[in-house]
Design a protein around this ligand. Structure first.
Ligand code: SAM
Length: 253
């Protein structure tokens, strides 16, 4: 999978992309991230990429010229984009649809994605209206730029790609993957400062371990994110277990 990232601050990207799982995925040819400096697509002496907003007010706005030129020189003229678009051009913006595991799964089905990182007050509206095909927010808060959101998106999508994780089933049980929070993990030693690993995990009985993990995932989700249970795929056994949790919590009130 290939990401084309457009930014005014390309120096932000290497240290994260050159570490750990993303670095290995890139070395193995599973992931390719190309970072393009929007400033390289300016033609004036000062390499201007921003200007004051029409109508007044504080802050600066990213100019349309360099952004259109950068994206079109990499993806081709926007007028030639077919519908539905072959390569989504995603603007990272606090005004976009909120990024979730479902959105990461949806994006992981593309072969190539362009990410546009804003700075200052954001981008000229004509970029949003005529160049961008999707808008994504990483949450209801405002950051200084779209670079961290772009890295979040790349990271979450990359770990869903086949063979990127060492354990091929690694992402299946992750929190949010199945609509539940994940069960708790333990590693050696079996006892630490008097706190023991639950016996079932040392029992070697895989059916019992599976049952324990499912119930822990359900209990955690019930306690921390009950809203998620409304959309999770639940068996009749799960529903019975949740009913038990509900009556326990009602009796403690
Ligand atoms: N004035 C803009 C607004 O109120 O919508 C916010 C601009 S913000 C200071 C600068 C840039 O950071 C944005 O153009 C966007 O690329 C990025 N950004 C900030 N918060 C973000 C978020 N929650 N999700 C995705 N991108 C974000």
């Amino acid at each position: 999978m290939q990401f084309e990232v457009f930014t005014l601050l390309p120096e932000i990207f290497p240290s994260y992309l050159e570490s750990s799982i993303l670095q290995r995925a890139r070395q193995r040819g599973l992931l390719d991230v190309r970072v393009h400096n929007i400033r390289d697509y300016t033609h004036d002496k000062h390499h201007t990429t921003d200007d004051t907003p029409y109508g007044g007010g504080g802050g600066m706005v990213m100019k349309p010229g360099p952004v259109f030129e950068a994206v079109e020189s990499v993806l081709g003229p926007i007028s030639l984009q077919t519908q539905p678009v072959a390569v989504p051009v995603i603007l990272l913006t606090p005004q976009g649809r909120v990024f979730t595991q479902r959105v990461a799964e949806e994006l992981s089905r593309h072969e190539r994605i362009a990410l546009l990182c804003g700075r200052y007050e954001g981008v000229d509206e004509r970029i949003r209206a005529h160049l961008v095909t999707d808008e994504i927010s990483v949450g209801d808060y405002v950051l200084t730029g779209g670079e961290l959101p772009a890295l979040i998106l790349i990271d979450a999508v990359a770990r869903l790609l086949p063979e990127v994780l060492g354990d091929p089933t690694g992402a299946e049980d992750d929190s949010h993957a199945m609509g539940l929070l994940e069960y708790p993990h333990y590693t050696r030693p079996p006892e630490f400062r008097g706190w023991k690993v639950p016996d079932v995990l040392l029992s070697g009985d895989h059916a019992k371990i599976e049952k324990w993990r499912r119930e822990e995932a359900l209990a955690r989700t019930f306690q921390k994110r009950p809203d998620m249970l409304e959309h999770a795929e639940l068996s009749s056994e799960d529903l019975k277990f949740i009913e038990g949790l509900k009556s326990k919590s009602d009796s403690h009130r």
